[in-house]
Design a protein around this ligand. Sequence first.
Ligand code: C5P
Length: 295
Amino acid sequence: MVAPGMNVRMWDHPATQSNVQILKERGVTFLGPVSGEMACGEYGPGRMVEPLDVRDATLAFFRTQAQESGPLAGRTCLVTAGPTHEPLDPVRYLANRSSGKQGYALAEALADLGAKVRLISGPTALRAPAGVNASFCETARQMNALVVEAAEATSFDVAICTAAVADWRPASVQDQKIKKAGKDDVPAALELVPNPDILAGLSAPSPFRPRLVIGFAAETEKVEAHARAKLARKGCDWIVANNVGAGSDVMGGPENEVVLMTLETVKSWPRLSKEDVARRLAITVADWFSKPHNS
Ligand code: C5P
């Protein structure tokens, strides 16, 4: 895989072009060059593709290879991630502190092990993971619609719901910005209505239920007890519970400290980076599928 960068006339030169042809025939993949401004001040084809695009193309290459031979080869995974934004009017919305980091790290880790990954994400500041089929949405209802459509189109082996979906949304969305009436204005009461529970919907018995459904439980106290209750209430197979209480720096932060709860076992993991939590969970999923009675 090569990402050339050179002056436009050097790139266009017949000698370069014929050598490029030879390399392509030998199976070398070319990333770019693209057209744009060059270091020498000229403009045209010859500019190197952006370094992050080189990184993504490289990751996507190895992830495609892993789809042949990785421990999750042949498996399809659905991941929800990020917060949802629930609009009040054209400029305001209700949201939460989720960054999407844990869900994106999971999508990457599952793809690294060879799974075909479908990521459905609320608004985040993150770059879409390479080699992952990602869709983006804003509200819980939009996320639910994308999840239902994806689940009906693909019988997923695994669904992992990391998204911090808003439980409620404003009962009505104003077409125009809500204005203060005057200095003695009394703020209007905010009426809320419940959003669909995406995890509970995926967990319910249906021809489209993924084989393994995993929820996340962000708690601020009594983590294990609340997680156990959530496992039963949502009908999912595993819960990854974490303490997001004040001072934990988990929501939006780089690390996570989780308890993995299945119907039979409870395991506390040490504090790890979100990438390491993702890798460990992806390996645990692969191990689960490697047992004959689960495959
Ligand atoms: O009920 P609670 O929000 O604590 O549950 C958290 C789990 O449920 C997470 O896995 C989250 O992604 C999922 N969830 C969902 N749809 C909702 C609320 C939560 O998928 N409306």
